[in-house]
Design a protein around this ligand. Structure first.
Ligand code: ADP
Ligand code: ZN
Length: 828
């Protein structure tokens, strides 16, 4: 038995890995993955045991104090996972361990101290004056057994634990670690409902407050409730009217509405309907069957301890991928193992969640960003105990402490939200592959539009590509019948330059206006999509579509009002004035482009005053539950047109949508980022796939100023292969991933001169080191200001390292105070 051990210490103020020694009284009781308490400087902190050591790396080690929980908080697979993730992302190990521990564990775990019944007072501490042991004993005598955190409150800034330790050793005190059991608390939601006849409510509309703004908010809220017969969740009213709780209270005080609290079980899954159990298990289509046989083989190989490759399940939306995830989960459970199901954002994928719930009642745990710490901790505990067989959630679900994960799925694996863009930086899809390898789990990466890198991986045989090329009808009626395949909706490209020439300066082309009119006329639904990433950034000619670019590095220039209408290159720092005329066609229609969803909604209202529209964007989804509410209202047919941004592209299934209007496809296309084209292509193909998901059919109208651009052309044909070929050639020519690897180093400082100076200093240092160490394939881009050059008051500068293995180069000497991203998903 080694007498040294290595701890990952993780409290907000300290993050690191340190060596300790084992006190005799804990020898044999402490194992790997357990949570212990250890001294750290003057504090006592919690730490996780990573490994035992023969030798400590420092001359003097301190002893750990006690064991918190007899059950390990990390499995050995998780520790191995943390170590390799830390290594591949160049992150401190303790920061990765921090991801694996449930938030609030520090608060949850505690020690209960009590005075032993039979204890005498060998040291005569009690009554011995003002010493800490005496105070501690007096306290416990008076109050009975107390938890460490309760004792803390009586000893501000005093290390009573050391005294407690010696009292423990002398048998005066006993201690017991306590981790409170998972609690079940009920929770309330507020609802509002009209309390009077609509006429009475209407007559009260004028007199709702003294200021214009207040009155307008309350009027909107009341008007909304006049139209709603049933009680409505208040978040939904907030989203619709911009009102707040005190407005509703005011309306309730005036007895116009009823404001109630309804108790709900806090299981976030509960509100979902359970009516779909009848679907049971479907007979697979031929394509599904073929894919399933490979997966089944992989499960057997994994069971035999053989290494298996991840699957890239490449299937258009509605082609039956989820059905395969369900099967695979069932297979993992049948083999006595568990499953992790990653989704980009849980509130956008209620349908997947619901299907898992129905298929595996009582066995699914859900993690999402709006769970309280207590809820999260409960789920963590139930996962650790093996009670939950399936964990569904965004990237954090990967860190659930399942005893033996046999399946890890990442749905929509191309989604950028899998990338954690704050330290510790990691890509959950790459991490999922790593963890699956460590656990011997089957790994399925599903997508309608796998990323260039993911496809290339499959092409090189690093993963196994399985294709589902055909859609299956999604209507409940149709699903019950024989599965039939549907074609992808036709996409009509509208050249907005021609619209301008024809005198139409509106947001909507004539084609889109007509398509909207006929969709609304048939009582069907439409989606208007705004690709808003990078709004109001690039500058282009509305006559010929020419984009203003940097003469030095050919990347599109960006428009900055704040610096006097300057155009700036974020690669090299080149600046110029906003041109008066287009250098190509000499026309005067040169503009910076930007467009918001409010503006689109206003335009829609002007054209179709009767259409009921819903906005789904940043503003309307800040409220808790807003995503689900907006989605469910739209799905229930309470609005005709849904206007929204990126989120719309994600996994929703809306059978009554027969028209998707892409208001401007080009936004984001000309950003100075090698991944920009791919991002736009993906969002366009995904959103186009939202139309015609039922036998009603449907179509897409795509508005653009650059109809000939390969991204627009291939997206309009749903031509993933064509795009892939073109983009891959482009990347090869420019030497971007997958033909190189990137590391991005970013420095932030509130003083622009300091930020710039530090960027140059490091660049020079790295260059010298690369030369000295003879790194031949390594090159450097920058230093240059980031595209989003200022963030929260800080100026951002970046250096990009490019080569076959820039991370290894950097691992030889990590710069302090820099943010380091290995294989970033964006260079903006
Ligand atoms: P994806 O995950 O690729 O979008 P889904 O698994 O959601 O696809 O399948 C699309 C629709 O087809 C769903 O309504 C699903 O219930 C149905 N479906 C899937 N597989 C089958 C099958 N083998 N037979 C009949 N219906 C199916
Ligand atoms: Zn430039």
């Amino acid at each position: 038995m080694s007498s040294f051990l290595q701890l990952a210490v993780n409290v907000p103020s300290v993050t690191g890995v340190f060596d300790y020694s084992m006190p005799d009284h804990l020898a044999g009781r402490v194992g790997i993955g357990q949570l212990v308490i250890a001294p750290f400087g003057k504090q006592t902190v919690q730490g996780v045991v990573l490994r035992f050591l023969e030798q400590a790396s420092v001359a003097h080690t301190r002893e750990i104090i006690e064991l918190v929980d007899p059950d390990p908080v990390l499995t050995s697979s998780q520790i191995a996972f943390a170590e390799s993730l830390a290594e591949s992302t160049l992150s401190p190990l303790a920061s990765i361990i921090g991801l694996l521990l449930p938030p609030g564990l520090n608060q949850q775990a505690d020690t209960l101290f009590a005075i032993r019944e039979q204890a005498t007072d060998p040291g005569g501490w009690e009554g011995a004056g003002p010493g800490i042991p005496a105070r501690l004993l007096k306290l416990l005598r008076e109050r009975g057994p107390l938890r460490g955190r309760q004792i803390d409150r009586h000893f501000s800034r005093v290390d009573w634990r050391r005294s407690a330790q010696s009292l423990l050793e002398r048998g005066v005190l006993s201690s017991q670690s306590v981790l409170p059991p998972a609690r079940v608390r009920s929770k309330f939601v507020r609802t509002a409902q009209l309390a009077v006849a609509p006429e009475i409510a209407r007559s009260g509309l004028d007199d709702l407050g003294s200021t214009e703004a207040t009155r307008t908010r309350r009027q909107k809220a009341l008007r909304f409730l006049i139209q709603q017969p049933d009680p409505v969740n208040v978040s939904w009213i907030y989203a619709q009217s911009g009102c707040n709780l005190s407005d509703l209270q005011e309306l309730a005080d005036r007895e116009l509405i009823l404001l109630r609290e309804t108790e709900i079980w806090r299981d976030p899954l509960q509100p979902l309907e359970h009516g779909e159990a009848r679907l049971g298990q479907l007979a697979l289509t031929d394509e599904q069957q073929f894919a399933w046989e490979s997966m089944e083989r992989a499960f057997s190989q994994a069971a035999a301890g053989k290494p298996i490759k991840p699957f890239l399940l490449d299937g258009v939306t509605g082609s039956g991928k989820t059905e395969l995830y369900l099967r695979a989960a069932q297979e993992a459970i049948r083999r006595g193992r568990q499953a992790i199901m990653l989704v980009p954002e849980i509130s956008l994928t209620p349908q997947i969640v619901r299907r898992f719930l129905v298929r595996f009642p009582g066995q699914v745990g859900l993690l999402h960003s709006r769970l309280s710490e207590g809820e999260r901790y409960d789920t963590w505990r139930r996962a650790r105990s093996g009670m939950l067989k399936i964990i569904i959630g965004p990237r954090s679900a990967l860190f659930a402490p399942l005893p033996d994960p046999g399946l890890i799925v990442a749905d929509e694996c191309n989604d950028d939200s899998y990338y954690q863009s704050e330290p510790p930086f990691y890509h959950a899809v790459n991490a999922a592959q790593l963890y699956a390898r460590i656990c011997g789990a089957v790994c399925i990466l599903g997508s309608a539009t796998p990323s260039i890198v993911q496809r290339y991986q499959a092409e090189r045989g690093e993963s196994v590509r399985l294709e589902l090329a055909r859609r299956i009808a999604s209507e409940p009626v149709a699903a019950a019948q024989r599965a039939k395949s549907l074609d992808l909706p036709p996409v009509q490209i509208v050249d907005m330059r021609a619209e301008l020439r024809a005198g139409n300066r509106e947001i909507f082309s004539r084609e889109l206006t007509e398509a909207l009119a006929s969709t609304l006329g048939r009582g069907e639904q439409a989606i208007l999509f705004l690709n808003r990433r990078g709004t109001a950034t690039y500058v282009f000619c509305r006559d010929c579509g020419h984009v203003v670019k940097c003469p030095r590095c050919d990347s599109p220039l960006t428009y900055h009002v704040s610096s006097g209408e300057q155009l700036i290159c974020h690669r090299c720092g080149y600046q110029r004035q906003m041109p008066k005329r287009c250098s190509e066609c000499h026309g005067a229609s040169i503009r910076a482009y930007g467009l918001g969803s409010e503006k689109v909604e206003a335009e829609l209202q002007a054209l179709f005053p009767k259409a009921r529209s819903l906005r789904w964007d940043w503003e309307t989804t800040r409220q808790k539950d807003a995503h689900e509410i907006i989605l469910s209202h739209f799905a229930a047919g309470r609005a005709d047109v849904l206007i929204g941004t990126q989120m719309l592209a994600k996994g929703l299934d809306l059978p009554r949508v027969t028209l998707v209007g892409i208001v401007l496809a080009d936004v984001g296309l000309f950003l100075p980022d090698p991944f920009a084209a791919e991002r736009v292509f993906q969002v366009l193909t995904q959103v186009a796939g939202r139309a015609g998901r039922s036998s009603l059919g449907g179509g897409v109208v795509l508005q653009t100023f650059v109809p000939g651009h390969y991204v627009i052309q291939t997206a309009a044909r749903h031509d993933v292969k064509g795009f892939y070929q073109h983009e891959l050639d482009q990347r090869k020519r420019l030497g971007y991933p997958p033909f190189s690897r990137l590391v991005r180093l970013e420095f932030r400082h509130h003083d622009p001169a300091k930020a710039e100076a530090e960027a140059h200093r490091l660049a020079l240092r790295l260059q010298k080191r690369a030369q000295a160490e003879n790194w031949k394939t390594l090159s450097m881009i920058g230093p240059a200001p980031c595209f989003f050059s200022k963030l929260g008051g800080d100026f951002r500068w970046q250096i990009i390292l490019r080569g076959s293995d820039p991370a290894s180069f950097l691992a030889g000497g990590l710069p302090d105070h820099w943010r380091i991203e290995v294989e970033p998903v964006s260079l903006l």
